[in-house]
Design a protein around this ligand. Structure first.
Ligand code: CTP
Length: 405
């Protein structure tokens, strides 16, 4: 229908970018980007007239987002006929507007389009031999100044390479090395680097992406303390595994932020002052910085307490007590970090069951037992809960009896 709307408005519509790439790779992708040769904002408005929903317009860039009633977002951009004068080294050329729009993008595999207008619906538009790159599993830039224009594309190249099992092509690799050597990366704001780092950590095999960052010497440029060694790589791989496991549980609560876990791993051999330097470089707000440092601290306290638990061969309830204040990110990090099977098992049991399992008695029951309300209540309920975790007070009666004692 989008194509028919375009036809009615007398414009050409294309679906472009990641959606088309994933279509050809037979991978799911629900984010649709549409480019209109004509007025993109008018098109987005017509789209929601037809389907319902609303439009967010960005007049400055002539782009809009159509948010459909089912929550799906369709990004609509306007492509205009322009003279391409930048990068400065190339001669000025006039390109058709869709070709121009695609030429500005990062890699050939992201520069494909599919026509939507009825007369040519479904026709693939491939100006830059992207189909060959998809076949050869190749990440290739569209022009030699791509990383100068936008150094975050270096991280994107790595992300796509690892996600699809592709390889960054020879010339593109040379351009990356050159950009790194010229320290283009240093010109980026911390927030942009951090955003790309977060996206990279969302990938299934983030550890391999991080190893690639190191191969391109980007970690050391960001902070010398980030440089990898075999131990850190092992830890990052364990984090991949633990996150895979956790995702498969499909727990209902908010998902943990993978970046926090990987960053804990990457900073595992740095001191607090170095971590503060790094988070400054990444433009963390003071509050986020404090939160991250405090997470590090609680994780390290819990780690030491777990050490004590192992040497005493303590009961499960003690392990739970050592970890109960940690957020999911901290728990998953500890699972990855621990080499002991009983710790991993204990934390996984805590995450999947014990964390949400209450006890059958409440403060009201304690009052009925004739106990004076006060701080002792908390202590008693904790003891009952510990006994429940250790399998000694499953039933309500047993828990009441224990409280009475
Ligand atoms: N793009 C670019 N340079 C960037 C970021 C984005 O050229 N630094 C272009 C790419 O062509 C990309 C499009 O903008 O296809 C949309 O960006 P984004 O949504 O980030 O990319 P996707 O390819 O959809 O990536 P993902 O699958 O990770 O969502």
């Amino acid at each position: 229908r989008a194509g028919e709307i375009a036809e009615e408005l007398g414009v050409e519509a294309y679906v472009v970018g990641g959606f088309v790439r994933d279509l050809l790779l037979a991978r799911p992708n629900l984010d649709m980007d549409i480019v209109i040769e004509g007025d993109g904002i008018a098109f987005a408005n017509r789209l929601v007239q037809e389907y319902g929903g609303r439009v967010k317009e960005h007049d400055k860039f002539r782009t809009a987002v159509a948010i459909l009633p089912d929550g799906r977002r369709i990004d609509v951009a306007t492509a205009r006929l322009e003279y391409y004068e930048y990068p400065a080294a190339l001669p000025t050329v006039q390109l058709s507007s869709i070709k121009m729009d695609l030429f500005r993008r990062d890699f050939t595999i992201n520069a494909l389009a599919v026509r939507l207008n009825p007369k040519s619906f479904g026709k693939l538009v491939d100006f830059f031999d992207a189909q060959r790159d998809l076949k050869d599993r190749n990440i290739r830039v569209l022009h030699s100044l791509s990383f100068v224009e936008d150094p975050t594309r270096i991280i994107r190249a790595i992300r796509f390479e690892q996600r699809f099992g592709f390889r960054i092509g020879g010339q593109t690799e040379r351009l990356i090395k050159n950009a790194v050597q010229m320290q283009f990366f240093q010109r980026l704001t911390g927030s942009r680097i951090f955003n790309e780092f977060k996206l990279l950590c969302e990938e299934k095999n983030a550890s391999r992406c991080i190893v690639r960052l190191e191969e391109f010497k980007l970690l050391g440029q960001l902070h010398p303390g980030l440089e990898l060694n075999a131990k850190k790589i092992g830890l990052l791989e364990k984090i991949d595994e633990v996150l895979d496991w956790y995702r498969l549980l499909f727990l209902p609560e908010p998902e943990p932020d993978p970046w926090m876990i990987y960053l804990l791993g990457l900073c595992s051999e740095m001191n607090d002052a170095e971590v503060a330097d790094l988070t400054d470089r990444l433009n963390f707000s003071k509050r986020d910085q404090r939160e991250f440092l405090s997470l590090r601290e609680s994780v390290s306290t819990a780690f030491n307490r777990i050490g004590g638990w192992i040497s005493r061969s303590g009961p499960l309830s003690e392990l739970c007590l050592a970890i109960e204040t940690l957020p999911a990110e901290g728990l998953l990090y500890l699972m990855a970090r621990s080499t002991r099977e009983e710790v991993r098992k204990g934390i996984s049991l805590y995450l999947t069951r014990l964390r949400d399992e209450g006890i059958a008695i409440t403060g009201q029951d304690l009052r009925r037992l004739g106990l004076t309300p006060g701080p002792a209540y908390g202590e008693i309920l904790r003891i009952v809960r510990a006994a429940r975790i250790d399998g000694q007070a499953e039933a309500r009666e047993e828990q009441l009896a224990l409280a009475r004692r």
